[in-house]
Design a protein around this ligand. Structure first.
Ligand code: CTP
Length: 440
């Protein structure tokens, strides 16, 4: 390890004073309980790329939990141990977190399952990681502080922009790395190296991705969707055939690409208005179009889409053409309301895939009307008392009609309008009775 270079200068140039002090302290505590300690992975990668990263992953050669408890005591931080994995999270008073792990050789009983743990050295630990760019460590103990541990020419790959696995079983040990490879490629504008690509494709075709739980796949896709340019990554997932192993009945055509592009334009506006919007569901509205019922059931089972979501997906799919033309011809909100009611955010996202900017603008106005319109004076109780009606569907009809009218005209007088609506329903009922009588 002595021919590894010392990058203390880079550390001092690029990191906050606070972070440097913390890293220094961690090294000191390592010495105090006689454990070699390193910061590893994404933090090191981004430090060398000069990109801010506050996710500090610490690895110790020794018992990681014991080390975390020691640090926790010294720095008054809460320790959350995960005994099964020999890891712990340190949570500081200000909420700042550090993950501590035990250097380990992970092996997997079955591909795609959580790792079994076995205490090991930093070199083996790094060798078990996903890609060379993520397989460097910086020593933190005072006598070697700032020494970059690069066993596998990782720095060179980082400089050349290459995503490379460390060994041929990498994707079998964790198939979600296929998706991670694409994420790092598009995030840094790197390229997956040729041999790595070959292994990836081979393992993909051997259906290793299918062995991973839907939840983990979904998580990885969600991470892609949090990146700055998600569509570029999705295109690449499609190009490499990975998407087909996640959405088995999806054909990634130029039309599909355009729909997603429009969804990505509209999505931030929906997120400003609704909480807890899942990006994964959002793109699924488009990716799951025209699926047969069996495959949809399978997808629901695998990825945990709520039943409601699938139902509204089917609804929007069936109503798409009329709805698109209603919005494009800027039909009144009350008319749109008759078709979709208050809708839900995923219906709106799905619709947005079919709308140009102008259409999206109109849809957004509809959404805002829905979100901002409430009946303030007229309630079910009011209607019943005022018109001497018993509870029943008629009450709701009157309220809905009033609500729809208020969407078009937020300033209407609820009290006067509900009277008119009542008269009209009376007339309708009377007419119906008359025609029924004459028909006899
Ligand atoms: N890792 C791995 N295989 C995985 C996931 C993670 O080997 N399937 C290793 C990598 O060394 C990675 C580290 O664990 O650097 C931390 O993983 P994670 O926090 O998921 O990713 P980061 O590399 O930190 O990337 P990001 O910037 O997206 O957080």
């Amino acid at each position: 390890s002595f021919n590894f270079k010392n990058i203390t200068e880079i550390i001092y140039e690029r990191l906050d004073r606070r972070i440097i002090n913390l890293l220094r302290l961690i090294g000191v505590y390592g010495n105090e309980i006689k454990m070699p300690v390193y910061v590893v992975g994404g933090f090191v990668r981004d430090l060398l790329l000069n990109i801010p990263n506050y996710d500090i992953d610490v690895v110790v050669e020794g018992n990681g939990i014991e080390f975390a408890k020691y640090v926790g005591k010294q720095l008054d931080a809460i320790v959350v141990p995960y005994e099964k994995f020999y890891t712990a999270t340190l949570v500081f008073k200000d909420g700042f977190k550090i993950d501590v792990a035990t250097a380990r050789t992970e092996y997997y009983e079955k591909p795609g399952e959580l790792p079994q743990v076995d205490v090991s050295t930093i070199k083996k630990d790094l060798y078990r990681r996903d890609f060379t760019i993520n397989a460097m460590a910086i020593k933190l103990n005072p006598n070697e502080f700032g020494v970059l541990y690069d066993f596998f020419n990782c720095q060179k790959d980082l400089e050349e922009g290459i995503i490379r696995i460390l060994h041929n079983l990498s994707f079998i040990e964790d198939p979600t790395r296929m998706i991670r490879a694409v994420r790092f490629e598009s995030r840094y504008n790197f390229k997956i190296e040729e041999h790595t690509l070959e292994i990836l494709k081979r393992n993909l075709e051997a259906n290793y991705l299918e062995r991973v739980s839907g939840a983990r796949i979904r998580q990885e896709i969600e991470k892609i969707l949090e990146e700055r340019q998600p569509l570029i990554a999705i295109r690449r997932l499609a190009e490499l055939g990975i998407l087909k192993h996640i959405f088995p009945k999806t054909y990634y055509t130029p039309t599909m690409d355009e729909k997603l592009e429009r969804v990505f334009r509209f999505l931030p506006l929906v997120k400003q208005r609704y909480q807890n919007i899942s990006d994964f569901y959002a793109i699924s509205t488009v990716l799951l179009e025209f699926y047969d019922k069996e495959t949809l059931d399978f997808m629901r089972n695998r990825y945990g889409y709520p039943k409601k979501f699938i139902e509204s997906l089917k609804f929007t799919e069936n109503m798409m053409l009329p709805l698109k033309s209603m919005i494009e011809s800027q039909l009144s909100f009350s008319d749109i309301y008759k078709v979709i009611g208050k809708g839900n955010p995923y219906i709106f996202i799905h619709l947005s895939a079919y709308l140009d900017d102008e259409g999206q603008q109109y849809l957004l106005r509809y959404i805002d009307a829905i979100l901002n319109t409430k009946l303030e004076k007229v309630t079910g109780k009011y209607v019943m008392e005022k018109f001497n009606l018993k509870s029943g569907p008629v009450i709701n009809e009157i309220l809905e009609t009033l609500y729809a009218m208020k969407l078009d005209n937020p300033n209407l007088d609820e009290i006067l309008t509900v009277e008119k609506i009542f008269e009209e329903t009376q007339n309708k009922i009377n007419k119906a009775e008359v025609s029924e009588n004459t028909n006899r």
